[in-house]
Design a protein around this ligand. Structure first.
Ligand code: SF4
Length: 596
């Protein structure tokens, strides 16, 4: 149905014309899933944009390029005709649902827009079709969710809405451009299964773009590998993973990060305890009525304990909405704690007022998830970096401050000349390096890293992780590393705490938790990660349902509605910590029965 023939795309840049997609050819049959894989920058997304005729303004097709949809070259179509093709013949799902959905319109309105355009339905018929589509992509309580705004939905639900919108025009070909990269493992598993089911039901062709070989292996009938803009190999999934033909494909397969490439070095972890958190709670009041009376509480963090030593990395892991970010913000008093203590060396940080906190701001810093939003676009890098130093009266006189910034920029892999630039002149990875440099500038003992690599592609992700490790060795910094990505966690963390609905359900060293998980939730998280072992895809197991609302958490063990081992007593008794070893503990009343 689709034949891409000798497709080349040229880009006009300040340094001349470059060719990021160079003479590639492939076909997709009806009902087939083609996995387009490769490292970031290999030209995958540009190929998808080229098929949709959505190239950036500075890009153009080479003369000999052809993209035939049912034998018709879409490069010859007028823009008016192309608007009909988009959505009706070819649909697309983008990577980040949050930036693709309109934040000021309800999801029902946005879905109806697509249905009205492509199915020509109006009024009640359109509403009924929208509900049917929300049902088809398994949005629970579709009637209620129809009038929700995007921010009221979890990442997984937003991605399902995006899928529903892409399917509204009943396209024959769906392009899914990294559809699960921004999602946690359990949501990823659900979305992939849903995509495959819908694809089979509708006999739709699917072009799945992914940098994750395990995801491609799980989904695709055939694999096409891109490298530096060229298509280096196309083969059936089975043959590709068993006997890759090209040298680059073999290297790709060998470089698959193992979940168990676990950081074992404890060399830099000292015995000095920096942080001791006891029974930390953060409850957000829900206020209603004219008098804004508190009617209920969202228990985002509901009694957690952990310790952190100097030079140590503790990862806090869990699905979106489990309270990980709230913990990080509560430690830094960016959100007030409702109860509990955060003991930093010899002071309880929860008892300090804003003025007293200034003394400790330099010791505790944060790196945010989105480096694009974390830097002031109107400030030069030098101003952003020295802001903290000036506010905390550190860094000495002008000359020594600038020398310190030069040194920092060099340490994070940039050059001193970069300090005169503005944030928009940097790539995503470089901006995250700048955010890390800004946090390190004031000489912190602890940095809270809140999903610092989830907005970055894999190769940049690896560089940022390496940088964090180097800085830890150089300056002896401790990290609280908040993440939903178990592969990233296994590479960086010394210890792991698994969070579920405001509570830590399992904690231990990275090896204990990831190689020998005891809690059913940890086991389910690990089982949901797509893995390739000895060139064979290891089947993923699905964890049913979404994280319940922290406004009304399930009784007893919060995990019981999703736990395959749950017994009636789990609904009544709240499990306490059970020590398995000196460093490993689990909250599960049936843990011994499950293990045996
Ligand atoms: Fe599952 Fe019961 Fe253990 Fe909770 S306490 S994790 S429901 S077995």
């Amino acid at each position: 149905m689709l034949e891409v023939s000798q497709l080349s795309i040229h880009l006009k840049t300040s340094k001349g014309i470059i060719t990021p997609v160079d003479n590639i050819s492939f076909t997709i049959e009806p009902g087939e899933i083609l996995g387009l894989i490769g490292e970031s920058g290999s030209g995958k997304s540009l190929t998808a944009a080229a098929i949709m005729r959505l190239l950036p303004n500075n890009a153009f097709y080479a003369k000999h390029s052809k993209i035939l949809l049912y034998q018709q070259n879409i490069l010859d179509f007028s823009e008016k005709h192309m608007r009909k093709v988009r959505g009706a013949n070819i649909g697309i799902i983008f990577q980040d649902p949050m930036t693709c959905l309109n934040p000021v319109l309800t999801i029902g309105t946005q879905l109806c827009e697509a249905i009205e355009l492509h199915q020509n339905l109006r009024g009640r018929a359109c509403y009924i079709e929208a509900l049917r589509m929300l049902d088809a992509v398994r949005i629970p309580a579709a009637v209620h969710q129809y009038s929700s705004y995007p921010h009221e939905l979890s990442g997984g639900m937003q991605q399902r809405v995006m899928i529903a919108m892409a399917l509204a025009g009943k396209p024959q070909l769906l392009i899914a451009d990294e559809p699960t990269t921004a999602l946690d493992v359990t949501t990823q598993a659900q979305i992939l299964l849903l995509l495959k089911e819908i694809q089979r039901q509708e006999n739709m062709a699917l072009l799945l773009i992914s940098h994750d070989l395990a995801v491609a292996a799980q989904m695709a009938d055939r694999i096409a590998v891109m490298h530096h803009g060229k298509l280096v190999e196309t083969n059936s999934t089975e043959i590709f993973f068993k006997t890759p033909q090209q040298e680059y494909s073999q290297r790709l397969l060998q470089s698959i990060p193992s979940l168990f490439a676990i950081r074992a070095d404890q060399a830099n972890v000292s015995q000095e305890q920096l942080l001791d958190i006891k029974d930390l709670k953060v409850h957000f009041p829900i206020k209603k009525g004219f008098l804004r009376r508190t009617v209920a509480y969202v228990k985002a963090v509901d009694g957690i304990d952990f310790k952190l030593s100097a030079g140590e990395t503790l990862a806090i892991v869990g699905e979106s909405g489990c309270g990980k970010t709230t913990v990080g913000k509560a430690i830094l008093s960016l959100i007030p704690a409702t109860a509990g203590t955060v003991q930093f060396v010899d002071v309880d940080l929860t008892t300090l007022n804003v003025r007293q906190w200034r003394k400790y701001r330099g010791d505790l810093q944060i790196v945010f998830q989105d480096p694009f939003a974390a830097l002031d676009p109107k400030k030069r890098i030098t101003d952003s970096l020295e802001e903290g130093l000036l506010a905390l009266d550190k860094g000495g006189d002008n000359a020594s401050r600038l020398a310190l910034l030069d040194q920092l920029l060099t340490n994070v892999g940039l050059t001193p000349e970069h300090k005169f630039r503005y944030p928009h002149e940097f790539s995503g990875g470089e901006r995250q390096r700048l955010c890390i440099a800004r946090a390190v500038a004031v000489g912190p003992k602890i940095i809270v890293c809140d999903e610092p690599t989830s907005a970055l592609d894999v190769s940049v992700q690896a560089q940022v992780l390496k940088l964090l490790q180097n800085l830890q060795q150089q300056y002896g910094i401790s990290y609280i590393f908040i993440s939903h990505d178990l592969k990233v966690v296994s590479m960086l963390a010394h210890r792991v705490a698994i969070m579920y609905l405001g509570r830590i359900v399992e904690t231990g060293t990275t090896i204990e938790v990831l190689q020998n998980p005891k809690h059913p939730y940890t086991q389910a998280l690990l089982a949901a990660v797509p893995k390739i072992d000895h060139h064979e895809l290891v089947a993923t197991e699905l964890l049913s349902g979404d994280v319940p609302s922290a406004l009304n958490p399930p009784s007893g063990c919060h995990f019981h509605p999703r736990c395959k081992f749950a017994k009636p007593e789990c609904k009544i008794n709240y499990p306490e910590d059970i020590a398995i070893s000196q460093s490993h503990s689990v909250k599960c009343i049936l843990y011994k029965e499950i293990v045996n």
